[in-house]
Design a protein around this ligand. Structure first.
Ligand SMILES: Nc1ncnc2c1ncn2[C@@H]1O[C@H](COP(=O)(O)OP(=O)(O)O)[C@@H](O)[C@H]1O
Ligand SMILES: [Mg+2]
Length: 362
């Protein structure tokens, strides 16, 4: 946006300094007049001791000197003000410079203003912090885009290979090949849908309504019962009504993702899953615990990163797309909640989602 050119801050400060100096000097002169000259008799007097000058004589002698002093003070005020303002505004120049660089896309530059903690230092420090956060965010986005492309390319590349084989095969597309193509395609669709859910949760573009987490837990358990039976896992649900406000669809997705993980990343047989909902005055919580392989805290801390999967061995069994927990994290954050993932001592995982409580529906 084009703005009308204005006076520079340095000039404004200089004029203010000089202006104040002038006002102060004039006040001083006024005080001299008020408290001294007024009491001097108007006429000169001759006394026995000699000559006492009158008020007019004094003013005549004093006025030119006062004028010269005023002009000198004005020059002093302008010059001193200009120098002082210049020195004060140096940090501002550096901050402006950094803002321009950031605007041109260079996020790695930092102001690193030194010296005492003052307003400029505070501004520069928070600007540096903002740049660091932006830089990390952009890097994360780039990593995400690269990973997503890579993951999407994999099924397409497999499809390509399968089709090439079919082209060279005199029998054409056999039943087995069609099955494999279908499976690869289903995986690509699953991945794309997961990406869509993730972006929807990140944008927070959903309407809020009262949601009871215990109902969602029941619903997810019912939907995934066949999967649990297939994996030989028993699922228990317990707990109170836990009302929060948010998107029913997204919170169901969150619950389903967590339960799905708890079932498929479980022991090969006789696995268990406990889902529990609870309320406190401020928050409601959904906690899911499952048996399974022992997990190291280091590994657990990386699991919510997009496309991060556990050990390769687990991966070979259940080829998930690796977005399940990333989606859970995004949905939790979009609902102003917290996600806590802790490995259990005997193996397996505890995942707790805490959300702000909403007044229970009447
Ligand atoms: N409940 C759980 N128990 C044990 N490991 C889990 C559990 N949930 C997730 N994980 C680990 O975290 C990884 C990432 O999970 P997720 O983001 O859902 O991706 P995916 O399930 O597609 O592999 C999984 O590959 C698994 O190793
Ligand atoms: Mg998963």
């Amino acid at each position: 946006m084009a703005r009308a050119p204005g006076m520079s801050v340095r000039l404004k400060l200089t004029l203010s300094y000089a202006g104040f100096l002038m006002v102060a000097s004039l006040l001083l002169l006024a005080a001299v007049w008020l408290f001294l000259l007024r009491y001097v008799p108007a006429e000169a007097q001759r006394t026995i001791g000699g000559f006492v000058p009158g008020r007019d004589d004094l003013i005549r002698a004093f006025a030119p000197a006062a004028g010269v002093t005023l002009v000198a003070l004005l020059a002093f005020g302008l010059l001193g003000g200009w120098i002082l303002a210049g020195r004060m505004l140096v940090p501002l120049g550096r901050i402006t410079d950094a803002t321009r660089r950031a605007g041109n896309g260079s996020l790695s530059y930092r102001i690193e203003l030194d010296g005492r903690n003052d307003e400029f230092r505070e501004l520069a420090d928070s600007f540096d912090a903002m740049l660091a956060q932006l830089e990390a965010h952009v890097a994360e986005q780039q990593r995400f885009a690269a990973n997503a492309s890579h993951e999407l390319r994999t099924p397409l590349a497999i499809t390509q290979t399968l089709l090439e084989v079919a082209r060279n095969d005199p029998r054409g597309v056999t039943g087995e090949l069609a099955e494999r193509l279908l499976a690869v395609n289903a995986r690509a669709i699953e991945l794309t849908e997961a990406l869509l859910v993730l972006s929807r949760a990140d944008q927070r573009s959903f309407s809020r309504q009262p949601v009871d987490l215990s109902l969602l837990a029941e619903q997810a358990a019912e939907t995934l019962l066949p999967l649990a039976e297939e994996h030989g896992v028993t699922v228990e649900t317990s707990g109170d009504i836990a009302s929060t406000s948010g998107s029913q669809a997204l919170l169901l997705q969150l619950t389903t993702n967590l339960l799905h993980n708890a079932i498929v990343h479980n022991l090969p047989e006789h696995g268990t899953v406990q889902m529990h909902t609870s309320t406190s005055p401020e928050t409601v919580a959904l906690t899911i615990e499952n048996s399974g392989e022992p997990l190291s805290p280091q590994l657990v801390s990386t699991l919510t990163e997009p496309f991060q999967r556990g050990s390769e061995r687990i991966r070979a069994h259940h080829a998930g797309v690796g977005l399940g927990l990333a989606i859970v994290k995004s949905i939790t954050q979009a609902h102003d909640g917290t996600l806590t993932i802790t490995p259990l001592a005997g193996g397996g995982l505890r995942v707790a989602v805490q959300l702000p409580a909403a007044p229970a529906p009447a």
